[in-house]
Every structure is written in C-alpha cells, then in structure tokens.
Design a protein around this ligand. Structure first.
Ligand code: NAI
Length: 333
C-alpha cells in the first residue's frame, strides 16, 4: 500500500482534509496516510509552524496532500508554503483550470493548465535600496531552471494527452532574461515533435484570456507572470473554492488547493472541499492511479451536476453533506 503524507493544515484544513480522505477511502483505493500537523496550532508545542518531522515525512514518502496553513502575521515565521517549496525544491507549480458542472462562470469551455516556474525570476528576492528614492529588484532567469520547467510542461502535455504548449514571456522587451526563457522553450520543444507550440506575450495573453479563453491549452511561464496568470485562470473557472494546485519537484510533489485556511468559516462545517478534492484527483493521476482518479472526479461532477454544492457556490450543503453526496455518487456505475 502506498504511503502519502497528509498535512491537514489549520483553519478549515482539518474539515476539508477529513472529507477528502473519506471520499478516497470510499472509492476503494487504499492509501496509508502519514498524518502530519503543521501551522498555527503546532507553534505552541513545537515552536515553529513547519517542524522538521513534516519535511522528513514528505522527503521519505515523496508525495503529500496538503490542506491550507495559516501564515501567522508579525510573529517572524516564514510561510510554511514558501518554506516547503524551497526545502523540497518544488520547481514546478501546476494549476489545472477547467470548468466544473453547475459552477456559473462567464465562460463555458475553459480547460487550461498553467505551469509556473517556482524558483527564480523576480521572486529570487534579490533587492536593494540604491538610494533613498530608488529601489532595485533583480530578475534572474537561468538556462537550467528554464529548460527543466519547459521539459516539465511538455512531459505533462504528453502524459495528459494535451495538444499544445504555449510559452508566455515579454521577450520583446526583456530580450536577455525572457529571451533566454523563450530560447530554452524552443530548444526543448524540438524533443516533442507531436506537441504543437505557440508563443505569446503576457499582455496579449491576458487580453485573450478574458475574451476567448477556450483557445488555450497548456501555458508555461516564468515565476511572476505565472503567479498572476494562474490567479486569473482560477477566476475564470469559479474562484477559490474550486481552484486546485500542486508544487512538483524532481523528487517530491505536494498537492494543495489554491485557497488559504479561511479562518472566517473555520469549524462551521461550511467549507467547500472541492479544491482539495481536485488536488487529490491530480495527485492520484501523478501516482498513475488513473482509474480511481476518474471515478472520484466523475462522482464529484455528478454531485455538482445535481445542484449539490456548498454556500460559496450558492448552495446550501454543509461540508459533510457534500462529502456524503460525493460518496453516494461513487456507488453509481
Ligand atoms: P483564504 O483563501 O483563506 O480566504 C479568502 C475568502 O475565501 C474567505 O472569505 C474564505 O472564507 C473563502 N474561502 C477560501 N477557501 C474556501 C473554501 N474551501 N470554501 C469556502 N470558502 C472559502 O485567504 P485569506 O483569508 O487571505 O488567508 C487566510 C490564511 O490562509 C492566511 O494566513 C494566509 O497566509 C493563508 N494562506 C495559505 C495558503 C496555503 O496554505 N496554501 C494559501 C493562501 C493563503
């Protein structure tokens, strides 16, 4: 039986992870969950929000499902999420964004996968105050990181039967840094002759995404554009309650929803577990458990199609009622 680290988070984390674990159990797939607490609730006993044992567990099991974790404000702790990404070198941020049944949005045919480079660009944190009136941030783009994210995008396209990978840059202005990213994309693309390629400037992409999003398939972007565009795409499919994600490295992968710990609805049995459930479905695909991934996704879609959803999507189901409805739909052929 495969062991997976489960970081059940804080805020609404424990409620939605309980729902997702029970749905996976009901699908018949056997997973041994190595449950690791992290976040605000462990600080009082262990002094830090991300104890070493959590990192060791992910390193050992290579794969984790993670519910959201609060970043305490003004207490001097680094974000658990940023720390996990750095310590485990999770270089690829993966955000599949696809319309869900009965989730009302402006567009009907969105099926975009955003792949964002997670380790460098303007987020490398190299900044300096030049003088009292001038600050400077350095944009780092390397061949190594650019080639590996482009290769990740093409491999994802092949493994998930996607037709096209589109590279997003501003290489017309940042000729050296974004130019290098584009050059790496073109080189890597030669190894994948069956996948179509496209090149687009980030400003044009944003306009097209809010006019004709159905034309895009897999997008690969440097860190900053990826951060912004992935939120734009999450908005296209209905926002936080349904936006899934993953951070993937050479050795380990952590699957997690985009949303945070929602302290405003903590403990009220109101939270929508869909984003974490979709992250878990993507995790099962990564684990090559395709049959169970399809089965759970189908049960989720049936539940939404029947108009059963939580309050954030305009419904009246509680977290546990929604969970039970998905479990019931797992029994349908
Ligand atoms: P948030 O995503 O937790 O909440 C924003 C709004 O969306 C709230 O009104 C919340 O009730 C609602 N919401 C979020 N997820 C929902 C769900 N599954 N079902 C129903 N409603 C949902 O963002 P916020 O308030 O800015 O952050 C709260 C905490 O979460 C902060 O400490 C932040 O640092 C942390 N955070 C953690 C993340 C992670 O662990 N990956 C990601 C983003 C924020």
């Amino acid at each position: 039986m495969r062991t997976v680290t489960l970081i059940n988070g804080d805020g609404i984390g424990p409620e939605i992870s309980d729902a997702v674990v029970k749905i996976i159990e009901a699908s018949g797939l056997k997973i041994h969950w190595d449950v690791q607490t992290a976040g605000e609730d462990v600080i009082s006993q262990e002094g830090v929000p991300l104890p070493e044992r959590v990192l060791n567990s992910v390193k050992k099991n290579k794969i984790a499902l993670k519910a959201p974790v609060t970043t305490p404000i003004g207490k001097g702790f680094r974000s658990v999420n940023v720390q996990l990404r750095k310590e485990l070198d999770l270089y690829a941020n993966l955000r599949p964004c696809k319309n869900l049944p009965n989730v009302k949005t402006r567009f009907d045919n969105v099926d975009i996968v955003v792949i964002r480079e997670n380790t460098e660009d303007l987020y490398a944190g190299i900044e300096r105050q030049v003088d009292a009136d001038t600050a400077e941030s350095i944009k780092i783009i390397t061949r190594k990181a650019s080639e590996r994210i482009c290769k990740f995008a093409f491999d994802y396209a092949v493994n998930n039967k996607r037709r096209e990978v589109c590279v997003v840059t501003k290489a017309n202005i940042m000729k050296l840094s974004d130019g290098l990213f584009l050059d790496c994309f073109r080189r890597v693309a030669q190894d994948y002759p069956k996948i179509n390629t496209r090149e687009i400037l980030v400003d044009n992409l944003c306009m097209q995404l809010v006019q004709k999003p159905e034309q895009f398939d897999v997008l690969v972007l440097p860190n900053l554009y990826g951060d912004i565009v992935s939120d734009l795409c999450a908005g296209l499919i209905g926002g936080l309650g349904v936006a899934q994600g993953a951070n993937i490295g050479l050795d380990c992968a952590v699957f997690e929803p985009v949303h945070g710990s929602a302290p405003d609805i903590k403990g009220q049995n109101k939270a929508n577990p869909t984003a974490l459930l979709l992250s878990a479905v993507e995790m099962l695909r990564y684990m090559k458990e395709f049959e169970y991934a399809e089965k759970i996704e189908k049960a989720l879609f049936r539940t939404l199609s029947a108009g059963i959803c939580t309050a954030d999507l305009g419904g009246s189901a509680s977290t546990t009622e929604f969970r039970d409805a998905v479990i019931l739909n797992l029994q349908q052929p």
